[in-house]
Design a protein around this ligand. Structure first.
Ligand code: NAD
Length: 454
């Protein structure tokens, strides 16, 4: 099957490379010419484990191509995925401008029917709006065919994106049954078998290499699929906020949040995943999707107190950790920061806690020596222009530092000798924003330990 993926960011690029790896012929399309030029040479603009290997392999075997020009791909594709960004807009509503631009561009240029699949995270009702816009344009152009719009939300985790895409827990597809019945898809392909397939069959065919491995492909209404994505992210964010909510009580009473997590996580009805207390969730999805769900709920006048509380706890938790740091630090300290990305195994800096922490440190008159294995270049434009130095090595970052703050739990920080840290540092403060270290061992090495909920 020949498909196109519009938007080659964290989601689109991984999807394009994985669909090619699964045997399809894929066009990756982006308006960013620099990105496309880089991709054509087999270089990934983002850090994602395993991505560059499959990118290069499928460029070489000709199954993966990149272009800035939709028209180059359009005549041959059966399915177009839209995977453009939907960042927070006015009042935290999802900014859908790129989604609509893509839909309208397809409508203005399509000469044959094609299936339009929205992979971006979009508020309920967006698919319907896209379909209306597309079909209005087609009608204005005097075209008699229609372009169905379906929803196929993405659940990949950055840092695990390739394996999550190749082996997802589930694939959710939302399509509108009435339009499905009315509009049998006539696929613009020389492949006669394809031309007989309808929307559902086309999707089943596309994902067959994955469903063959017993991964569920679930069909539901387009509206349900759009809501599922926000529900999943809001629920996961709620678990994080729930465990974080208990950290202050632990600190004030002598409890240890890790024991609470174990104690409740072993209950089969709860489970241990996601019960890791820390400085609150960040990243390109949870903060924006929690807020966007709140905005949608407000639009429909639906109370969502749990979602509001999730967001409030997250803000409070971040502020609480920053206050703790500032209260402990002597004035004009030299502070080493380990980890800038919002989580390990990614260079994504969107809504990373390090941004708030480092700004607060510099505003309070401290200087920062920051290190991250892959995120430094993306971090620089988001950090204060003065007062932050970037190191290329974790150990040089702590040399002579008064304090060390761990913000991202990269594996390389877990195995470091605590005695080595103590020896290199000038001061003795270790702030563990991810509860990676054992307080007792830190104390034994002669350092003071400040964790979360312990
Ligand atoms: P991103 O910013 O990394 O990538 C978006 C890409 O789209 C960019 O390369 C941009 O140049 C391109 N683009 C913008 N307008 C375009 C246009 N008109 N034509 C062609 N290309 C265009 O975004 P992302 O992180 O990949 O997220 C994409 C969507 O997927 C969002 O809705 C996001 O919420 C959702 N999502 C993201 C993740 C994640 O972990 N990043 C996970 C699940 C879902």
């Amino acid at each position: 099957m020949t498909i196109a993926v519009i938007g080659t960011g964290y989601v689109g690029l991984v999807s394009a490379a994985c669909f090619a790896e699964l045997g399809h012929t894929v066009w990756g399309i982006d308006i960013d010419a620099t990105k496309v030029a880089m991709l054509k040479t087999g270089k990934s603009p983002i850090f994602e484990p395993g991505l560059e290997e499959i990118l290069q392999k499928n460029l070489a075997n000709g199954r993966l191509k990149f272009t800035t020009d939709l028209l180059e791909a359009l005549p041959n594709v059966s399915i177009i995925f839209s995977a453009v960004a939907t960042p927070p807009g006015e009042g935290y509503k999802a900014d859908l401008r790129a989604v609509f631009v893509v839909a309208e561009t397809v409508a203005k240029n399509a000469e044959k029917p094609v299936l339009f699949v929205n992979k971006s995270t979009v508020p309920v009702g967006t698919g319907k709006q896209c379909e209306e816009r597309i079909n209005t344009i087609l009608a204005e152009r005097g075209k008699t065919f229609r372009i169905p719009v379906i929803s196929n939300p993405e659940f990949l985790r950055e840092g695990m994106a390739v394996s999550d895409t190749m082996m997802p827990d589930r694939i959710v597809v939302g399509l509108n049954d009435s339009s499905d019945e009315n509009e049998k898809l006539r696929v613009p392909s020389n492949n006669t078998r394809d031309s007989k397939l309808e929307t559902r069959d086309l999707i089943e065919e596309l994902y067959r290499p994955i469903t063959r491995a017993n991964k569920p492909l679930i069909f539901m209404s387009r509206e349900s699929a759009e809501i599922v994505k926000y529900a999943a992210n809001a629920f996961l964010a709620t678990i994080i906020s729930f465990i974080n909510m208990l950290t202050e009580l632990c600190e004030k009473t002598g409890g240890d949040i890790r024991d609470i997590a174990t104690g409740i996580g072993l209950d089969n009805r709860i489970g241990p995943k996601f019960l890791h207390a820390g400085i609150g969730y960040g990243g390109s999805c949870f903060p924006k999707d929690v807020k966007a769900l709140m905005a949608t709920a407000e639009e429909y006048n639906v109370p969502m107190p749990i979602v509001h509380a999730t967001d409030e706890v997250n803000t409070y938790q971040r502020g609480r950790f920053i206050d703790k740091i500032l209260n402990h630090l002597p004035s004009a300290s030299a502070v080493a920061v380990w980890g800038l990305a919002f989580k390990p195994k990614t260079d994504d800096m969107r809504e990373a806690p390090s941004i708030d922490v480092i700004h607060a440190l510099v505003d309070a008159g401290h200087t920062v020596r920051a290190y991250d294995p892959v995120a430094v270049e993306r971090a620089k434009p988001l950090m204060p222009t003065a007062g932050v130095h970037y190191e290329t090595n974790a150990m040089t970052a702590i040399q002579g530092a008064d304090a060390l703050i761990l913000l991202t739990e990269w594996d390389e920080f877990r195995g470091v000798s605590l005695a080595d840290i103590k020896e290199r540092m000038n001061g003795d403060l270790l702030f563990d924003g991810r509860n990676v270290y054992e307080a007792e061992e830190v104390h034994k090495a002669g350092l003071r330990y400040v964790g979360i909920g312990r």
